[in-house]
Design a protein around this ligand. Sequence first.
Ligand SMILES: [Zn+2]
Length: 343
Amino acid sequence: MAGQLALVAKLMINMHSLNTERAEEIRRVPLVYKINDGYKVVEEAVAVSGVMLKHYHFTTMVEYLRRDGGKLCPFCKRGIAIRMPSKRIPKSDLARILGVSENNKELERYYQHVQQGSEGDIISSCAGEDIHGFLRPDPPLRRESLVKFSWLLPSILSELEDPTMFTVVQHTRVIPNIPENLSEDAKQLQMPYPRGYGNGVFGFVSLANLELVGVPITGSGERVIDGNEKSKRQRAIIRSYAPLIGSVMGASMAKALPAYKTLEVMLVIVKNSPVSIPVPVHPMYDNYVNDTLKIFSSYRDLTKANVRVYTYGVRPSETYGLDIERVSRPLDVLMQAEEFLLG
Ligand SMILES: [Zn+2]
């Protein structure tokens, strides 16, 4: 038995290398907030894309599946999430990227799937393509990701005078004794370099559809993996949220592990939903807790789905007729999801 889940997390994060999605590039976006007498536009809010959050979910998921012996293609096994190579790319190039011989059996099988496999062939042999989706350009075939993320966005900007909480710090690499007449290239081994850091209260939302694990969307609806493989994949989906609730996201973490505090977590678990569940309200908005509960309460009435809600650090003013349980530790929401959906 499985179902779907919707996660909301709100985190206080200071001096986190949030913005370096690409080297030296600062990621800031315009956002609109509601204030008492209208709306406020913040031109340059610090933000991290859903692609980055999804990447961190992916890398943790691969770690779980490698440990548990789950099926992974040669790229996902190495944590390389790329677009599926087109037919025009020779196998020898893929072999060079992977550092294996052209006759490598795993590569042979992968290359065959890339050339002509069905969605079922591809997802049966790799949990990465199954759970995080894929796009094959030629012949065209795609699978939508079963795990989706919003952007990580600031949630208290409407109340701040200067909402761009961003700092650039100069770091240095130092050679203690520089010999005379060193070449210019050698001198550059020591240099100052800037890094951007973000501060603030941030939030994100995510959806995961455990029902469709191992089920080709373009096929007959039959699952193409066995029960054991399905359980490994579903468990990995749920557990891979743990680092994100603990603020593991963004680049350059070796220079700046985040100074974070998990403020609020809300997990909505839905069983027997006939279609994809709604997206929870993003914690960048005031009253997101009650607004999310209202959405899922009416969704339950509409579809007769079985809905449960687990919260950490959140006190809704009303239940809207939903089963809501408060937990005392942030990651307990994930334990509850495992028990309710996979137990
Ligand atoms: Zn893969």
